[in-house]
Design a protein around this ligand. Sequence first.
Ligand SMILES: CC(C)(COP(=O)(O)OP(=O)(O)OC[C@H]1O[C@@H](n2cnc3c(N)ncnc32)[C@H](O)[C@@H]1OP(=O)(O)O)[C@@H](O)C(=O)NCCC(=O)NCCSC(=O)/C=C/CCCCCCCCCCCCC(=O)O
Ligand code: FAD
Length: 638
Amino acid sequence: MEGVGEEEMEGVDHLAHERNKSEFDVDAMKIVWAGSPHAFDVSDRISKLVASDPGFRKDNRSTLSRKELFKNTLRKAAYAWKTIVDLRLSEEEAAKLRFYVDEPAFTDLHWGMFIPAIKGQGTEEQQQKWLPLAYKMQIIGCYAQTELGHGSNVQGLETTATFDSQTDEFIIHSPTLTSSKWWPGGLGKVATHAIAYARLIVGGREHGVHGFIVQLRSLEDHSPLLGITVGDIGMKFGNGAYNTMDNGVLQFDHVRIPRNQMLMRVSQVTCEGKYKQSDVPRQLVYGTMVYVRQTIVADASCALSRAVCIATRYSAVRRQFGSQNGGPETQVIDYKTQQSRLFPLLASAYAFRFIGEWLKWLYADVTQRLQANDFSTLPEAHACTAGLKSLTTTATADGIEECRKLCGGHGYLCSSGLPELFAVYVPACTYEGDNTVLLLQVARFLMKTVSQLGSRLSSKKPVGTIAYMTRVEHLMQCRCGVQRGFAELSADLVEAAVAHCQLIVVSKFIEKLQQEIPGKGVKQQLEVLCNIYALFLLHKHQGDFLSTGCITPKHAALANDELRSLYSQVRPNAIALVDAFNYTDHYLGSILGCYDGNVYPKLYEAAWKDPLNESVVPDGYHLYIRPLLKQEIRTARL
Ligand SMILES: CC(C)(COP(=O)(O)OP(=O)(O)OC[C@H]1O[C@@H](n2cnc3c(N)ncnc32)[C@H](O)[C@@H]1OP(=O)(O)O)[C@@H](O)C(=O)NCCC(=O)NCCSC(=O)/C=C/CCCCCCCCCCCCC(=O)O
Ligand SMILES: Cc1cc2nc3c(=O)[nH]c(=O)nc-3n(C[C@H](O)[C@H](O)[C@H](O)COP(=O)(O)OP(=O)(O)OC[C@H]3O[C@@H](n4cnc5c(N)ncnc54)[C@H](O)[C@@H]3O)c2cc1C
């Protein structure tokens, strides 16, 4: 191309010099990141399928109106379903395809909550009736729990479900404005059915919150059924972002449903109007939330790794200051401040990946035990999913914002992919349980555990975590020792809960490294990242650790020195470590994070595609600017 230097030519890998520095087998690390060779194959194949299909284009979202954006999301969801059916994709491949389409949509709640709720809380008979319809998408479901007046406090929900023994039906009703269902994804414009949570009333007696399958819209013309008022709750944070989702409002006006549409695995109501509580903990009604919280932890590693991939590649491309005798300026990735901000996030992305794997195992284990009526690990599963969801989503939301800042001004462009990623991700700190409310659940679990086990919370942790374990015990002893109520100490107890969750993440990372990990240099790289994660947190919270007495100020200083050394070990491998995420440019959706690092020409080209540049003289010039410039409005009243 005329006047284009080597450094700007398309088709050249501008990060080749970085990739050549790698000291480990990147392909082997890709398998570790994916979880298995099979998982890598599915992920690699489906991500490329989506990236190569113009039907899944997403680079124009920021220029669409809310209605255009939403209609485009419906088109994509329908196109995805057609692709799944035409290609006969498996459930696993279909889930991956929806993941790589990368757009919040009603399908998230249909597949991610409506179906799991029926599987987890429905009887065999109810599963046999409703799941085939849901799997074929002949009905589209949502999870309608939160109300205008209550979200965190599930037992405070006001919607009622009153049993009518005369007709063998439940009457679902919204008695107050604050009982309006509010927030459920997919509810506003698409869902034909809901799992609606309501206070069960039988024979004038209340029995707490239960789930009910309620049809909302006609399957003929999609109009709301009698007694149903439903709509969207309006624009949300950011422009495109989560506005592809129809989070809805729903009011019931004495809507009648058959008795067999109460999810009855946990409790039952007989046709005679007798309420029967199975001999299972009532909290199984909350089971879907536990399931989604563990998926959210895995999602955190995906979102954080996307942001870190963008920021790492761009940090290797960007040069600023430091030119010697007219030579190239310094890559910003070589600045120690950039490394001290970026590499702990890279380590966290891997840490969250592995804790997500462990949590998936824990959830499967507790589910298997529940089937045998073994509820012994349910409290720990609840505490772990709640606490790790809180810890990883907070760290990921903060990490995405830090990655934006690590990219300087260009990080603020939509074409960097980071503003949209942040706007889509940040509600994860709220949905599926406000992060503070969930940490209070962990604190409550720790208080009970301490009172049952005495000071030692658990001796089942790897040696390398003694300092972390002592920190949690110290924080708990400082709080439990004080004769003041839980509420009074809750802010401090939440800190102990965070410390407990960090202990779990560190110990599971160490356990991961005790497994057989194939590939040249792969385990060594993971050991470096594990040490960075552990020492970074020790440095960040050194006050806690010093107060336990198990480390001294000298230890803290040594830990900081070691961190700098570890950053130097990561530096030559940084690009290869983010290549191991195996993200396509389409999925990353970022010019700054593009694989070939050819950033500047892409940024420049993208700018001219903005609708504002369709004319060199902007709309409004003649009406507003010209008069200004010509001072023809001197006498005009402002
Ligand atoms: C837990 C609460 C805060 C309090 O509950 P409460 O009933 O008042 O009980 P407590 O008195 O506190 O505790 C009593 C005891 O019960 C124990 N307990 C509490 N909860 C649980 C539980 N869940 N499991 C087990 N045990 C539990 C507790 O420890 C006490 O025990 P003990 O007495 O001390 O021994 C509760 O009110 C609560 O949970 N509040 C939070 C509400 C909440 O989380 N709402 C979420 C609504 S749904 C939502 O937000 C949805 C968002 C969707 C966003 C999109 C997400 C992505 C979709 C999935 C991913 C995509 C997949 C796509 C797949 C594909 O495409 O194929
Ligand atoms: C994008 C998005 C999607 C959602 N999708 C769904 C969905 O599909 N289905 C569904 O049912 N819901 C959905 N929700 C709702 C979501 O589950 C709730 O917003 C969430 O559970 C938080 O509840 P809340 O809004 O009542 O917050 P609140 O509890 O009102 O929180 C407000 C503040 O009060 C604090 N607080 C509350 N209780 C306590 C306490 N006991 N101690 C100390 N502090 C406390 C919180 O920490 C927070 O700082 C969605 C929400 C969002 C943002």
